[in-house]
Design a protein around this ligand. Structure first.
Ligand code: ADP
Ligand code: MG
Length: 243
């Protein structure tokens, strides 16, 4: 489970998150949509303390902390609960696809190399890149690089995977293959939060959708209700741009 209570974050005088509350149950997928600048990235970066929240109670898996008075160990434990997939893949350029996936297993988990490689290959198979194990990122398409980064995120068996606009850097013809991989992972009962502008995808893959604007959750609900019958003018206006 992921449970966030009263998450507030400001950058100097700019209030970016103004008291956010939500819950994602185990094996559920939550999508976050909203205009640029509404605080979506800051929200998911706060979940693993890439940004430090000003206030929040954050519970992920078996770790629960209060952002105003937490220890380094609690932050470390919280970070270990999630893995991030970024817009720009962030792969190690001097490592092959397989090495990108196994690096954390070998370095962090101290897994023997052979075992790490076996698991790494299993993950590359899951994202359809078994045959690219020895390719360096520069020789892979954007879609393939993002699929490697998804395999890498799964390697440490996180409690939840956090995606921040995973297809926004991709050429349009490469978006589908990445969304398909994310969908297949969702179907394996992975708990996920996905920031996305792909509305059809969000509708299909999510159990719950949150619409953010100006640092607040304006509206949320199951995708059917949310997309078919939005209640707030702000949500209606936003969704209109995607029809
Ligand atoms: N490190 C930072 N320092 C100052 N302002 C920031 C920082 N990160 C984000 N912001 C501001 O916070 C607001 C929300 O940004 P962000 O979370 O990236 O929104 P979104 O992901 O929804 O586009 C924006 O006004 C942005 O300029
Ligand atoms: Mg963003």
């Amino acid at each position: 489970m992921i449970k966030v209570t009263n998450l507030r974050k400001s950058f100097n005088d700019l209030v970016v998150l103004d008291g956010i509350n939500f819950e994602v149950k185990d094996r559920e997928v939550m999508s976050i949509i909203g205009p640029s600048g509404s605080g979506k990235s800051t929200l998911i970066r706060c979940l693993n303390f890439l940004e430090k929240p000003d206030t929040a109670t954050i519970e992920i898996g078996n770790v629960k902390l209060n952002a105003e008075r937490c220890t380094r160990k609690e932050i470390r434990d919280l970070r270990a609960q999630t893995a991030m997939v970024f817009q720009n893949y962030n792969l190690y350029k001097n490592k092959t696809a397989l090495q990108n996936v196994t690096e954390s297993l070998i370095v962090v988990k101290k897994m023997p190399k052979k075992e790490a490689e076996e698991f790494g290959m299993e993950l590359l198979r899951k994202v359809g890149l078994e045959d690219k194990r020895d390719n360096y990122p520069v020789t892979l398409s954007g879609g393939q690089q993002q699929r490697v980064s998804i395999a890498r995120a799964l390697a440490l068996r996180p409690h939840a995977v956090l995606f921040d606009e995973p297809t926004s850097s991709l050429d349009p013809e490469l978006v589908g293959e990445v969304l398909q991989v994310i969908k297949s992972i969702a179907e394996m009962d992975t708990t996920m939060i996905i920031v996305t502008h792909e509305m059809d995808f969000a509708r299909e893959v999510s159990d719950h959708v949150i619409f953010m604007a100006d640092g607040n959750i304006v509206e949320q609900g199951p995708p059917g209700e949310f997309f078919n019958n939005p209640q707030h003018d702000r949500t209606k206006q936003f969704l209109k741009n995607y029809r």
